[in-house]
Structure formats: C-alpha cells, structure tokens
Design a protein around this ligand. Structure first.
Ligand SMILES: Cc1ncc(COP(=O)(O)O)c(C=O)c1O
Length: 265
C-alpha cells in the first residue's frame, strides 16, 4: 500500500527493555505519520507497558492526530504480576482514536481457526472497513465462533489459569537455565507476559543470525532475531509454550551445542 514504516527500537537499559519514547516522538514528528502501531504485551521482548508509558504514547498520538492500532493479542498472558492495561481504557478520547486487536488464538491456542476481534474506535476507520463487500475480507467459520465462545466462558477461565501456571513454571525453568548454563553466553530479561523469550546470543559468538546455527547444531528451531527488524542481530526468539519436559530438552540441546562450539574454538 506504499506505507512507510518508521521502526522504533526498544532500549536495553542493562536491566530490561524500555520503550524509546524519544525515538517515537522523533518518528512521529519526522513526516507524515498517520498511525501508531503498538504491540502490547510486546512480541518479542515480553514487555508489558506500564500505564505511564502508555499515557505518554497517548499524548503523542493526540499531538500528531495518530490512529493507534493496538495489538493486544497476548493480553491474557501476564506471567510475573505486571497488569495488562488496554490502550483504549486510558481515556475516552484515546479510545475514540484506537483500534484494539484481540483474539483467543494465543491464550487458547486457537490460531488455526483464523478468528480475531477488532474494537474500532475511530468512526472513519469503521466506515472504510465496512465499505468493501464483506466477502472480500473473508468470513469467520461457525466452528471458530463456537471455539471462541467456549474459550471466553467460565470453563475457559479455568483452562487459562492452568495454562498460565504451566507457562509460569516454564518461565522459572528458563530463568534457572539462564542463571546456570546460559549465564555467561546467553542473556534474557525475563518476559513479563507472552510465552516468548528474546534470547541474546551476542556473547556466544554465533554472529548476527543465531537461528540457522541453533537449527543446525542444536536441532532447535527458534525465530531468528534479524527477522524482527532493526535491533534483532544476535538474538533469537524462543517460544516456551510447551511442556516442561520439552523445554528442558530444548535448553539442554542448546547448552550442549554451545559447549561443543566453545571447545572447538
Ligand atoms: C503480537 C501478535 N499479533 C498478531 C499475531 C497473529 O496472530 P494469529 O496467529 O492469530 O493470526 C501474532 C502471532 O504471532 C502476534 O504475536
């Protein structure tokens, strides 16, 4: 569509990732910015932005009259006590300029059903989306609707609690591995939400693209950092939404491959 993307990289403070508000301000002021694309909880770092961080972004959106497209698909997956703050909940004027995207596909593992929700604040966006014949945008299957209703029922809440308990256990397993095996060569700020860990392999000497190396040497598939854009070099994204046994094997394979690479150097 000829849109120009102005990426805003997160800042590594040495103790975690923070949103770079100054870079966002510069990007918004640099030209003809129309929309702010926000991913919160953030994929791949797992950051859950605090209310004050979101409010600062809200001010920016108002200053430059931006439509905010807020992808909150991981909202249910808070792992460490941080609270998810929906962007549109900040104020009525901000809700009126925000499109919130949400789905059961992550929390309830229903990605294959291709069903998501958009809560559309701005009237002009709603009208533009309603303008083309609806079949051009595709249709949601009856099965997908039934599955979402089941997911968002009280029984689904219990399922999600169980799922979160498993994710938190895996989060601890990963933290233990990072403190022991990974310590010197693999770093990661514990994700506050999502089931994703943004692993920093820069100390392991694997180059800019650890993904292919991990696949070849450890037989472990992670998403390669550079695929996430600027700032991804030397990183890989681990998905830990699996059983504790499988995660333990994944981490073990990585540790063995890293140790082998060290002795061969
Ligand atoms: C932040 C975020 N938004 C949207 C999507 C797309 O979700 P779906 O697989 O339900 O299309 C993903 C998938 O990884 C995601 O991480």
């Amino acid at each position: 569509m000829g849109r120009q993307l102005l990426p805003v990289q997160a800042i590594d403070t040495g103790s975690g990732w923070v949103f770079d508000l100054d870079a966002a301000k510069a990007a918004a002021a640099s030209g003809n910015a129309k929309a702010l694309l926000l991913v919160n909880p953030h994929n791949p770092t797992g950051r859950m932005l605090r209310r004050d961080e979101l409010e600062a972004l809200g001010e920016l959106a108002e200053l430059h009259d931006l439509v905010v497209i807020s992808d909150e698909i991981h909202a249910d997956l808070a792992l460490t006590g941080a609270t998810h703050v929906p962007f549109a909940s900040l104020s009525e004027p901000l809700a009126a300029r925000t499109v919130t995207l949400y789905s059961a596909s992550k929390s309830y593992n229903l990605g294959g059903l291709c069903c998501a929700l958009a809560h559309i604040g701005p009237g002009h966006v709603e009208r533009e989306l309603a303008a083309p014949p609806s079949q051009l945008l595709g249709h949601i299957s009856t099965l997908a609707v039934a599955a979402c209703r089941a997911a968002w029922s009280p029984e689904g809440d219990a399922w999600l609690e169980d799922c979160l308990a498993r994710l938190r256990a895996n989060h601890s397993l990963l933290a233990g591995w990072l403190a022991a095996e990974g310590a010197a060569r693999v770093k990661c700020y514990p994700p506050e939400g999502t089931y994703l860990a943004w692993l920093d392999f820069r100390g392991a000497g694997l180059g800019d693209s650890p993904g292919p190396w991990l696949r070849r040497e450890a037989k472990v598939l992670m998403n390669d950092g550079p695929d996430f854009g600027p700032g991804g070099a030397g990183f890989a994204r681990l998905n830990f939404a699996t059983t504790g046994d499988i995660l333990a094997e994944v981490l073990d394979r990585v540790a063995v491959a890293l140790a082998k690479a060290r002795t061969e150097r």
